[in-house]
Write a protein that binds this ligand. Structure first.
Ligand SMILES: Cc1cc2nc3c(=O)[nH]c(=O)nc-3n(C[C@H](O)[C@H](O)[C@H](O)COP(=O)(O)OP(=O)(O)OC[C@H]3O[C@@H](n4cnc5c(N)ncnc54)[C@H](O)[C@@H]3O)c2cc1C
Ligand SMILES: NC(=O)c1ccc[n+]([C@@H]2O[C@H](COP(=O)([O-])OP(=O)(O)OC[C@H]3O[C@@H](n4cnc5c(N)ncnc54)[C@H](OP(=O)(O)O)[C@@H]3O)[C@@H](O)[C@H]2O)c1
Ligand SMILES: Cc1cc2nc3c(=O)[nH]c(=O)nc-3n(C[C@H](O)[C@H](O)[C@H](O)COP(=O)(O)O)c2cc1C
Length: 596
């Protein structure tokens, strides 16, 4: 398949330059083309020349390295903003993702800013795992002479708020590095605080670092190139919902939807492994319930327009946070709520299992519009792993959405904000505001011949549909092995017909299925990994990349444990050696996870 058209004559290049460029471009696959386009864009934005080799070593007076660990782009964006600030002050600065950073390089740094988010139950984002583990285990050794500051991003509705930022701060200090600005632990509405923190942190850096010419490195250029579409989180594209199809059976315990969204005229480009951000409106009846419980009418004026509209479009109602409970206790003076708010364990339990409306039902309070709005957090878009490849679907984007529904004691259902918006409230052809969140830490191998192992139970299947579409349309010859699981074969075999077609055509070399509830005892994907341990290990030894997508808290951990056991048993290794083997796979980007 011809991937690149010759450059048109309108280009500002000389004939010879054009010939050389055409020659190089004609050898690239789609993924390489996308990388090069980002790289060149980054270079053009940074004004720097291409350089060969790795990031520049510290200048005589030292230099600043900004390391970010990010999964959904917030820490990456905050780090890029700090880079701009530092450059504006003429500081020599390098911006690099932890995923592309050799931990041992830390010993050569003079000034370091870490910007990192937190996932799972207080764990680092995927791209930060290797560096995090090496620091935690003290493998990098002493870091005396290094000056550092840490900016942690998180969400206070989670029990382990900003834990990874706190951990990095502690690890660096323990290694003897000097903290030159205090740790920040910022919540979901972090933007203003991040700006204020970075101004102070950069100032602290600048006083100990001689100014020089800003030397945005290749890594920096590439990183800043990512996500250069005009549409992003703050400026989403008004797309159209074109398909909303339930793909679980009538008797399934799950409601999973195949969603198709039309991106025509947006110019949006995505790659397999990326996620789509969805902005949503809260359910009108939920908004009505909140208004009734707080004795408000809805036409009261707020900074975001009339209250009803503000609650529908701008504030979180379905994701509770601890501040709502403690704030409501203060405002209402309700003694029982005050008792509960003083007990962290009870607050955490409520946050995990209830919504704003449930708290108001239990502890009704007459509030002013201003008081209500002050207790709520801004609505945040939800991310969904993209389940299609543009090489196949062109200006569409497909998702696999599990609708979140919690049955209540009174027989009613509480639904997830975004998943129920897509499934229940958005008519076909209606507008939906979307943006692409690029994820360079979840990519097909560059070589089309590399074998690929994909583990994606439940909605975790989504990115692997994209991977296989891409491998089919580009004619990639590498072997593909899919592990999928869900409760029942007859009800929950997502995209069954497509996998059967791929098995028949030979694209899917192997498929291993784990229908957990079709027999007396549970069978999960990790059981299938263990059963096929020898062959799995042989694939790894042959250079296979291993991908996991889906539930972070249980499945991904159990799959990692099974993988370690397989490596130990069939590679005849000790537990420590198996862990090192897996770390090597991670460093080589051959073990990638997209878990949530
Ligand atoms: C990178 C990434 C990729 C993802 N990919 C996918 C994907 O491909 N497919 C997919 O389906 N999802 C995916 N997700 C998850 C998705 O982003 C959303 O988190 C998910 O759809 C839930 O969002 P929601 O708005 O529907 O629910 P929310 O509005 O977030 O509601 C969930 C809330 O309900 C509350 N709750 C819990 N229990 C109860 C109860 N018993 N009663 C009342 N309320 C309760 C909790 O407070 C919880 O926070 C992904 C997430 C990430 C980060
Ligand atoms: N953090 C968020 O914002 C968010 C939002 C929505 C969903 N999620 C997560 O995303 C996951 C995906 O949801 P889903 O409904 O598509 O699928 P799922 O709940 O992960 O279920 C898919 C299959 O995995 C099985 N399973 C359960 N525990 C497992 C384990 N420890 N190891 C391996 N397999 C296991 C299930 O079996 P049984 O059910 O029979 O045990 C089922 O057969 C959910 O588990 C949820 O945790 C997170
Ligand atoms: C699945 C999931 C788990 C999370 N777990 C935590 C957590 O344990 N503690 C915390 O403070 N924040 C947690 N967060 C919030 C993120 O850290 C926060 O959204 C952050 O801004 C994300 O930054 P990033 O886009 O750079 O990854 C979690 C977010 C998601 C989606």
């Amino acid at each position: 398949m011809q991937l690149t058209a010759p450059l048109p004559n309108l280009s500002p290049l000389s004939d010879e330059q054009q010939r050389q460029l055409n020659q190089v471009l004609s050898t690239l696959n789609t993924q390489q083309l996308a990388w090069v386009s980002g790289y060149l864009y980054g270079l053009s934005q940074s004004g720097s020349q291409p350089v060969t080799g790795t990031a520049a070593s510290p200048a005589a007076g030292g230099s600043l390295t900004i390391l970010y660990g990010s999964q959904t782009g917030n820490a990456k964006g905050a780090a890029a903003a700090i880079q701009k600030q530092a450059e504006a002050q003429g500081l020599p600065v390098t911006l690099v993702s932890m995923a592309d950073y050799k931990p041992k390089q830390l010993k050569k740094e003079s000034h370091l800013l870490v910007v990192v988010s937190t996932y799972g139950e207080g764990e680092p984002p995927e791209s930060a795992v290797d560096l995090f583990e090496q620091l935690k285990k003290g493998k990098i050794g002493k870091l005396e002479g290094l000056k550092f500051a840490v900016l942690g991003l998180g969400d206070s509705s989670y029990e382990f708020f900003c834990q990874t930022g706190k951990d990095f701060d502690g690890f660096l200090a323990k290694a003897g590095a000097e903290r030159i600005y205090e740790l920040a632990s910022l919540d979901v509405d972090y933007q203003a605080a991040a700006k204020a923190w970075s101004e102070q942190a950069v100032k602290a850096i600048a006083t100990t670092l001689s100014a020089g010419t800003a030397t945005a490195s290749v890594a920096g250029a590439v990183q800043s190139a990512v996500g250069h579409s005009q549409y992003h989180k703050e400026n989403p594209f008004p797309a159209r919902l074109s398909v909303n199809q339930k793909i679980t059976g009538r008797d399934s315990t799950k409601d999973i939807r195949h969603i198709e969204i039309n991106l025509e005229e947006s110019g949006i480009q995505y790659q397999p492994g990326d996620a789509l951000g969805i902005w949503f409106d809260n359910d009108a009846s939920l908004v009505g319930e909140v208004l009734a419980l707080t004795e408000l009418r809805g036409d009261e004026v707020t900074s975001k327009g009339p209250l009803r509209e503000a609650l529908t479009r701008h504030f979180e109602l379905t994701r509770l946070h601890g501040g709502f409970i403690t704030g409501l206790a203060d405002i209402s003076g309700n003694a029982a709520l005050k008792d509960l708010a003083g007990d962290k364990a009870q607050v955490n339990a409520l946050v995990a299992a209830a919504q704003v409306v449930d708290v108001l039902k239990r502890f009704p309070a007459k509030l002013s519009a201003e008081q209500l709005v002050s207790l709520l957090r801004p609505l945040t878009p939800r991310l969904y792993s993209i389940a299609s490849a543009q090489s196949e679907v062109e200006e569409e984007v497909h998702l696999t959405v599990g609708v979140v529904r919690h049955p209540q004691a009174d027989g009613t259902l509480r639904s997830g904000g975004a998943s129920s918006y897509l499934a229940d409230r958005l008519p076909e052809e209606a507008e939906v505001r979307v943006f692409v969140e690029h994820n360079d830490n979840f990519r097909l191998p560059t070589s089309p011949d590399t074998p690929v192992i994909m583990v994606g139970p439940g909605t975790g299947i989504a990115p692997f549909r994209a991977f296989l579409q891409e491998r089919e349309t580009t004619g990639a010859e590498g072997k593909n092995w899919l592990f999928f699981g869900n409760p029942h074969f007859t009800q929950d075999f997502l995209y069954q017909v497509e996998w059967q077609r791929y098995v028949k055509s030979g694209l899917l070399s192997k498929i291993s299925l784990a229908f957990s509830r079709d027999q007396g005892h549970k069978i999960y994907v990790q059981d299938r990994l263990r059963e096929a341990g020898l062959e799995l290990y042989q694939w790894l030894e042959a250079g296979a990349h291993f991908y996991v997508c889906g539930d972070a808290n249980h499945m991904a951990k159990d799959v990692q444990q099974a993988l370690l056991e397989v490596i130990a048993e069939h590679g005849h290794k000790s537990h420590e050696e198996a862990e090192e083997y897996l770390s090597e796979l991670r460093r080589a980007k051959r073990y990638q996870r997209d878990v949530y």
